[in-house]
Design a protein around this ligand. Sequence first.
Ligand code: SF4
Ligand code: SF4
Length: 98
Amino acid sequence: MDVVAYVIGAACIDTLDRSCVDVCPVDCISADEGDRMLFIDPKVCIDCAACVEPCPVEAIAFEPDLRPEWKEFTRINRMHFEDPAAARELVESWVSRQ
Ligand code: SF4
Ligand code: SF4
């Protein structure tokens, strides 16, 4: 069953300043070496919204409120915690379509 959580969208790509990581009370925002953005683990996120305001590029939103053009980032965030390489490919694919 899908969990409704906060999602990091495309604006994070190549920004990566990690302001969100510092405020998350459950440490559910992460990335691997070489990733071009950070991801929120939907299974751990407690929907507290603490990460939204510190993000300098407004990349983070509650999933139902995510910009329509960023809808696939719901899947990309979740996928990072299941298959990081696949998530990275989806990010590259998104970038190549811009
Ligand atoms: S909404 Fe709260 S728990 Fe979820 S990623 Fe943001 S700071 Fe962490
Ligand atoms: S604060 Fe925003 S831009 Fe910075 S790492 Fe977090 S989601 Fe990405």
